[in-house]
Unconditional design. Structure first.
Length: 401
């Protein structure tokens, strides 16, 4: 008799600790797939954020097999891989997190041919999947990379990263198209991105949105009176760094509440970000990596997401809503989420509009409470992980069949 179906997740960062959107998504999808009766295994690269106490034990309890491979992802190695991609006309995702040594360990230590479904998370991990197993592969995209790079090129214009993005865009489009057309299923996180990938892989794109653990996260009971803002996001992700720079340089100077305190939480903040924070006239705490974000949500009146580019959907917005924190974001920040302006969140794109809404919410307790109440109701109805896990299982069942 055939046993439970087997799935192998391939990630460029360990799913734990739960300190970034990608980690949160991967861990909860693995957990929900396990609840659906699948045997789950993990191949992951280890770098930047260390595993916390008990993280390896938790992964071991969830997974049949766990292979964690150290990987050099410091700035010098990343720049070297990017320069090589630029020089050879390849997309940076092809080698940014690829190591022949890690690939050899994958082949040697995990029975890749025995899995019913392989789930590389992002284009970064697609090169680790043997070509002969593409027909058993579901690519969890997290975003449309070509659109993300195009938005970066537009937002950053003539800045170095903007110029690199513009130069990389044709290669990224080719690589993304090649990956999407080669695998059995493509997993998209929003209806907009599902439609974009359907142009590349008609009839083989499944919607598995981001979510939140509504059982684990309780809405806070008290609205903080102090004027305080919170931003949470990995600081080794360019879109988050740009968002903080945009907030500090273009939004905060327009606030009428000059006593407002700002907290920036996220691992691996670059040295340039400390310089940005230092020139602000408002008090800013660059907290860096924290093992638990809950206390920061408890004491911050508003959660701000002033993103100008990026892809996928923002899990931290869903977490903020589940925790009962009012959210102020941009159109890009909440792209792909079924959220309504002035009902679930506040959406504003121009710095003066963002500042105006922040000022209003620092004064308007009733609006803050209304946003918190409705935002929590929306994520409970549409974005709970248990509901979303069923969609992933359905996608992988099509791969396995």
């Amino acid at each position: 008799m055939r046993g439970s179906p087997k799935a192998l997740f391939l990630t460029h960062t360990a799913p734990l600790p739960l300190v970034s959107g990608e980690r949160i998504r991967t861990f909860h999808l693995m957990r929900e797939l396990d609840r659906q009766g699948w045997d789950v295994s993990l191949f992951s690269l280890l770098h930047s954020v260390p595993l916390g106490t008990g993280d390896e034990e938790l992964l071991g309890a969830l997974c049949d097999d766990v292979l964690l491979v150290p990987f050099q992802a410091d700035k010098s190695h990343r720049y070297m891989r990017l320069a090589r991609a630029m020089a050879t006309g390849h997309a940076f995702q092809e080698t940014y997190f690829y190591s022949s040594g890690a690939a050899q360990r994958l082949r040697a230590e995990l029975p890749v041919d025995d899995f019913d479904a392989l789930v590389p998370v992002t284009l970064y991990m697609y090169p680790y999947v043997p070509t002969r197993l593409h027909h058993r592969t579901a690519l969890d995209t997290l975003n449309v990379d070509a659109r993300r790079i195009e938005a970066m090129a537009k937002a950053l214009a003539r800045k170095p990263r903007g110029l690199v993005a513009r130069a990389q865009l044709p290669a990224v489009r080719r690589f993304e198209a090649a990956a999407a057309t080669s695998v059995a299923r493509v997993i998209a996180v929003s209806p907009e991105e599902q439609r974009a990938f359907d142009d590349l892989a008609p009839g083989r794109v499944d919607l598995v949105p981001n979510g939140v653990d509504c059982d684990a996260l309780r809405a806070r009971e008290t609205l903080p009176a102090e004027p305080s803002l919170l931003f949470v996001g990995s600081m080794d992700y360019g879109a988050n760094v740009d968002a903080v720079e945009h907030l500090v340089d273009e939004v905060l100077p327009l606030l009428e509440h000059r006593e407002t305190a700002v907290t920036i939480v996220g691992s691996n903040p670059p040295r340039s970000l400390a310089q940005t924070v230092a020139r602000s006239q408002l008090p800013i705490d660059l907290a860096g990596f924290v093992p638990e974000t809950g206390p920061f949500f408890e004491r911050s009146r508003l959660f701000v997401v002033p993103l100008r580019f990026g892809g996928g959907t923002r899990l931290k917005i869903l977490e903020a809503l589940a925790r009962g924190a009012p959210v102020v974001t941009t159109s890009i920040g909440c792209e792909g989420l079924d959220l309504v302006h002035e009902r679930d969140v506040i959406i504003a794109d121009h710095p003066s509009e963002l500042a105006s809404w922040i000022d209003r919410l620092l004064d308007d307790d009733d609006l803050c409470r209304s946003l918190a109440r409705q935002g929590r109701a929306t994520v409970e109805e549409h974005y709970d992980w248990r509901r979303i896990g069923t969609e992933l299982a359905r996608s992988l069942e099509m791969v396995a069949s």
